[in-house]
Design a protein around this ligand. Structure first.
Ligand code: PLP
Length: 375
């Protein structure tokens, strides 16, 4: 992964600095509106990261100690941690191997009378089948939150991921498609939640610092509840606005490179990430399943020797020390996915010849470890 940052972002950041308004201000407001519109949501609330956004999403639902929130273990660890921050218990559900995502049938077995929410992740940009999970959860009064950290510009049933989301959280870390250095956003269609989320990210203040400043008359704020400092800066939002204008081009290029990977890798005995039947991925990560029996460490080492920097696939949170002793059911698909996948290089400026190098390095490495080639 290599972020796509240019002179326009540098100028936008400089302009925010020169304006003297560097903390949360008018550019944050503008970025919230533009981003929410781009993902089909009514309101956007910018925050310091997707992690803090997920925390606020769980918090705003009134979830806390004694409550359970279903999450995939196969995710960046922030997904499960955001539940723990509220005192509630993350409950791990397995994933479907084809998408790397929760499905109604993997969620159903872990629901209990304490389940208050399910946090669905659109892992690596591949959309999850949210409607099927909502159909399972809504009749039981269980909320569906979307961890859309990786999913800006992915689509679900013809609309952007985020459309009709109860609460979705997004990331602008440089590992994702759009970046503000660090940063995140919560989107929702509910105007009351949007107001409360804005208050929660800013110490529970009744009037935002920016509104007080621009108000003209002296306004004394009140602190309505114990809250957080999870704000985004105007410098970040200025960069975010420029990045957002590039989103369509970024996705078009990634999908073009992904299609080329599909063609070039067709003869190898591996399974690659693809669009599910109900949507399209932004190919935030191009993951591949290695053949059964392949030693992933050996493959990664073989690629590194040939100058290719690949990464292990998505982590499984329940296998990390922070979750040692945390109760969990068996998660066979999660464990197979995390053990047997790796992520190939894919970035906007990647050339065809760089991509050819990756493909031949992978092919040679698999041959060298005497693994079969199809056909
Ligand atoms: C990156 C990521 C996060 C965390 O995002 P930050 O903005 O770095 O806090 C959460 N969930 C998933 C699925 C991610 O990929």
């Amino acid at each position: 992964m290599r972020p796509l940052l240019g002179e326009e972002e540098a100028l936008a950041a400089a302009e925010a600095v020169r304006s003297g308004w560097v903390a949360q201000g008018p550019r944050v407001g503008e970025f919230e509106e533009a981003f929410a519109a781009s993902v089909g949501a009514g309101h956007g609330v910018a925050v310091s990261s997707c992690t803090t956004g997920l925390h606020l999403a769980v918090h705003v639902l009134g979830i806390g100690p004694g409550d359970e929130v279903v999450v995939p273990s196969l995710s960046f660890i922030a997904t499960a941690n955001s539940v723990r921050y509220t005192g509630a218990t993350p409950v791990f559900a397995d994933i479907e191997a084809e998408t790397g995502n929760l499905s109604a049938s993997t969620v159903e077995p872990v629901l209990t009378e304490r389940t208050r929410a399910v946090m669905v992740v659109h892992q690596a940009g591949v959309p999850a089948d949210v409607d099927a999970i909502k159909a399972l959860c809504e009749p039981r009064g269980i909320a569906v939150i979307e961890d859309a950290a990786c999913a800006a510009g992915s689509t679900y049933k013809g609309a952007p991921v985020g459309t009709n989301a109860l609460l979705a959280a997004w990331s602008f870390h440089p590992r994702k498609l759009l970046t503000t250095g660090e940063g995140g956003m919560v989107t929702t269609d509910d105007p009351e939640w949007a107001v409360r989320l804005k208050r929660l990210r800013e110490h529970g203040m009744s009037v935002s610092a920016a509104d007080r400043h621009h108000g003209g008359s002296a306004v004394i704020e009140q602190y309505l509840e114990t809250a957080f400092n999870y704000r985004m800066t105007d410098i970040q939002a200025a960069v975010g606005l420029v990045q957002l204008s590039k989103l369509d081009a970024i996705i078009a290029r990634r999908r073009e490179l992904a299609a080329r990977y599909h063609e070039l890798l067709a003869d190898l005995d591996i399974t690659t990430v693809r669009d599910p039947e109900y949507g399209t991925t932004n190919y935030q990560s191009f993951w591949v399943w290695l053949p059964e029996g392949a030693d992933r460490q050996e493959v990664l080492a073989g690629l590194a020797e040939r100058g290719v920097s690949a990464r292990r696939g998505i982590m499984a949170s329940h296998l990390e020390p922070a979750y040692c002793g945390h109760p969990s059911t068996e998660l066979p698909a999660t464990e197979a996915f995390t053990a047997r996948t790796l992520i190939l290089p894919l970035f906007h400026d990647m050339t065809e010849s760089e991509q050819d190098t990756v493909v031949s390095a992978l092919s040679e490495t698999l041959h060298a470890s005497r693994l079969t080639v199809r056909g």
